[in-house]
Design a protein around this ligand. Structure first.
Ligand code: DX5
Ligand code: ZN
Length: 230
């Protein structure tokens, strides 16, 4: 049985060569579905990346939806500046949110899709009353802060539980996974119920990033063809 899923590949520019960012992103533009931006503030996570200026600089030059993953304390301060970059998704961490409902309202108020990210050890319980208002839940499959880390397999049942939770409530939810996704782990997360694969190292670290995306797609579609029980 060929089970259809709305698979989206989201290369994370964190793993690109910042000295030639635009030309690296151009390599994936035709084959990717979303471009993922990792915003780190040195407080919520022990690393610093870049701000809205970089997102804005690419916006006019790249024809892909932009997904901004805010790994910052006080995310409420950053909704507006990132909304103004023209991104399509804005994702805040549950662990950094004091007023999650208010944050989601302000993202949606900007006309942007709202996402919530959960660290590996964070329970799904806190999504219970907000799930129908979310467009995306991003399940971290590493501890956020750095690229090229090892996938944490304990998140697999969490992906499955979240997909069941969404289906039970009739919510059309994108479930993203972020960290350590490659040819081996992609199949497992899709099997568990994820449909957005954020991938840094395995795309930008590959000799041919475009081919890396095509290979992943083929792997997933072969897998969906042969499996009987989804
Ligand atoms: C981790 C970031 C990820 C990271 C994934 O904190 O949120 O988006 O770029 O990188 P890889 O695919 O290299 O694990
Ligand atoms: Zn990310």
């Amino acid at each position: 049985m060929n089970q259809q899923i709305n698979l989206k590949i989201a290369p994370s520019i964190l793993a690109s060569d910042f000295s030639c960012l635009l030309s690296d992103v151009k390599k994936v533009e035709q084959k990717a579905d979303i471009l993922h931006f990792d915003i780190m503030d040195g407080h919520f996570v022990p690393n610093i990346t870049f701000g809205p200026g970089v997102v804005r600089a690419l916006r006019g030059k790249i024809n892909l939806p932009f997904d901004v993953h805010l790994m910052v304390d006080n995310p409420e301060k950053w909704i507006k500046p990132f909304a103004e970059t023209g991104c399509e998704f804005l994702t805040v961490h549950l662990e950094a949110a004091v007023h999650l409902d208010r944050l989601v309202s302000s993202i949606k108020g900007e006309g942007i899709k709202a996402g919530v990210a959960l660290n590996p050890a964070t329970s799904l319980c806190n999504l219970e009353y907000i799930l129908p208002r979310l467009d995306l839940v991003l399940l971290m499959t590493v501890n956020p802060g750095f690229g090229a880390q090892k996938f944490i397999p304990e998140v697999l049942p969490k992906i499955k539980n979240l997909r069941q939770m969404a289906e039970k409530r009739g919510v059309q939810l994108d479930i993203g996974v972020d960290g350590g996704i490659n040819g081996k782990t992609a199949e497992k997360v899709v099997k568990a119920g994820a449909n957005i694969l954020v991938m840094g190292t395995s795309i930008f670290g590959a000799p041919d990033p475009k081919k890396a995306i095509l290979d992943i797609r083929e792997k997933i579609s072969n897998y969906l063809e042969r499996k009987e029980d989804y």
